[in-house]
Design a protein around this ligand. Structure first.
Ligand SMILES: Cc1cc2nc3c(=O)[nH]c(=O)nc-3n(C[C@H](O)[C@H](O)[C@H](O)COP(=O)(O)OP(=O)(O)OC[C@H]3O[C@@H](n4cnc5c(N)ncnc54)[C@H](O)[C@@H]3O)c2cc1C
Length: 455
């Protein structure tokens, strides 16, 4: 649920490796050491999402003159809480902390957050019944669908899309929704756009650990704000960089109003979609390797639809509901966070999100109809309110998160490479260690780029 989950893998591994139940054994405080070195010039960071905030925080700690230009009127980017919808902040973007062997896990832990281990059981609306995973897993077609989820870690063939893999392996239309959610959705897209061999490449690189956590008592943004408190005053909001001229000694940045900023080094942390859409003009033009890297990684539509009800009509232990239809996966947003809020999150990626995005407010009716089918009309009967976040139309973001469209990890390496000791690239899509599409991947990319600048 919500981003890369590896839930089925977790279950298998946890049985074999009991030490995973004691995550603190694997964390290291040294991870958060600020990179050594110095830089006496001026650095401008473009974008105040996770990567931009962390980069500016680290540079500030090393007394570097740093400024952050943020296009939106808020910071956080794809870490975005919805504050007045429930008795707790509803996360519209990142929600889970993936793994425990990461700097981000350490930052969250240091903030005294209460962790919730990923709760709940998987249920499937199959053959007109909502059924527990354990009750359907021996069904021959279902077990094939689950084998595909497991094959994300074991696949050894050539370049292939997830869709092609599902066809080759005889996944039937009856159970395909399972893989639409647990393969396509998990990687922020739909199966026809996703490289199955690329998933395997990234899973091999993944070192964060296989547990997922949520935070009970605070928003992810408040954790980021706390960790990055020394740089918040350095953000200039409503400043969309549209031009970067690095042809002279000083780098000249121009914003949407024609205002000009001067720097010796620039860290670009904008989402991949912003680079793909050529929203920023570069002088000199970016080299062909960089352009091919930008276009060699996927990023597209993604939505969360938060549905509010006056009571819970779903199972008490529901972790996720997987279902054929407009939304492949729903989960109870408030589970273990609040007992007085009855919310379901619809998680929709890729072509599913494009379809729902085109539906406007009718998307809610479609979600309710899908849930009504599973829960005998209870969804419409108990519905009170909703909130839609459509990341593809979210200003200055333009998509959910990056995903592999090919086996090779080279595009991410080329995207992460700096240009002439002047332009540096950070952000989730630049993560070369299999942790793209995550907050911890964005944090790590900031550490890498700051280390490069300070050295
Ligand atoms: C629906 C959804 C669910 C997710 N779930 C999880 C999860 O459970 N766990 C997890 O770890 N991750 C999850 N993620 C991914 C995670 O949110 C991202 O990987 C991470 O937040 C990206 O951080 P970033 O700094 O790379 O980019 P961003 O947060 O996108 O920051 C980029 C910033 O650049 C700004 N910007 C853009 N253009 C310009 C410009 N021209 N000039 C100036 N500023 C500009 C933007 O406004 C933005 O603030 C999820 C994402 C989504 C969308």
């Amino acid at each position: 649920m919500s981003g890369i989950n590896r839930r089925r893998f977790v279950k298998n591994i946890a049985l074999a490796t009991p030490l995973l139940l004691a995550p603190e054994l694997f964390t290291s405080c040294n991870k958060l050491k600020v990179p050594k070195g110095s830089f006496s010039g001026k650095v401008i960071v473009i974008g105040a999402g996770t990567a931009g905030m962390v980069a500016a925080k680290l540079l500030t700690e090393r007394n570097v003159d740093v400024l952050v230009l943020e296009a939106a009127s808020v910071h956080g980017g794809r870490v975005l809480p919805l504050n007045d919808f429930a008795s707790f902040p509803v996360e519209l973007g990142a929600e889970e902390v993936h793994g425990h062997r990461t700097r981000w896990y350490q930052i969250v832990k240091d903030s005294n957050a209460d962790f919730i281990n990923e709760p709940g059981e998987n249920y499937y609306f199959l053959d007109s019944k909502v059924q527990l995973e354990k009750d359907i897993k021996n069904d021959a077609e279902v077990s094939k669908a689950f084998e595909m989820v497991d094959a994300m870690d074991t696949y050894s063939g050539g370049e292939i899309t997830a869709e092609q893999y599902s066809i080759n392996n005889g996944i039937t239309a009856r159970v395909k929704f399972i893989d639409n959610a647990q393969v396509g959705g998990e990687f922020g897209t739909s199966m026809e756009r996703l490289s199955f061999s690329g998933i395997k490449t990234s899973n091999d690189l993944w070192s964060a650990g296989n547990s997922n956590y949520m935070i009970k008592n605070k928003s992810l943004l408040s954790v980021l704000d706390n960790y990055c408190s020394n740089m918040l005053s350095k953000i200039i909001y409503d400043t969309q960089v549209v031009n970067i001229d690095s042809s002279q000694t000083k780098i000249i940045l121009t914003d949407q109003n024609g205002a000009v900023y001067e720097a010796d080094k620039v860290i670009i942390t904008v989402p991949l979609t912003v680079l793909q859409q050529n929203i920023i003009a570069f002088t000199p033009a970016l080299p062909a390797t960089k352009i091919s890297a930008i276009n060699g990684i996927g990023m597209g539509a993604g939505m969360k639809i938060i549905l509010k009800f006056d009571s819970a009509f779903w199972q008490n232990d529901l972790g996720s509901l997987f279902s054929d239809g407009v939304v492949p996966e729903y989960w109870p947003t408030a589970l273990k966070k609040s007992s007085s809020d009855y919310l379901l999150t619809a998680f929709v990626m890729g072509s599913f999100a494009e379809y729902l995005s085109g539906q406007g407010s009718n998307a809610i009716t479609l979600c309710l109809a899908q849930l009504d089918a599973a829960y005998a009309g209870a969804a419409t009967a108990h519905f009170t309110d909703s909130h839609i976040i459509d990341w593809s139309t979210q200003p200055f973001i333009g998509g959910a998160y990056s995903f592999p469209t090919q086996t090779s990890n080279q595009p991410r390496k080329d995207l992460a490479a700096s240009e002439n000791d002047k332009l540096y690239f950070a952000g989730e899509a630049t993560n070369t260690e299999g942790s793209f599409a995550t907050v911890h991947g964005a944090v790590d990319s900031a550490f890498s780029v700051v280390e490069e600048i300070l050295n």
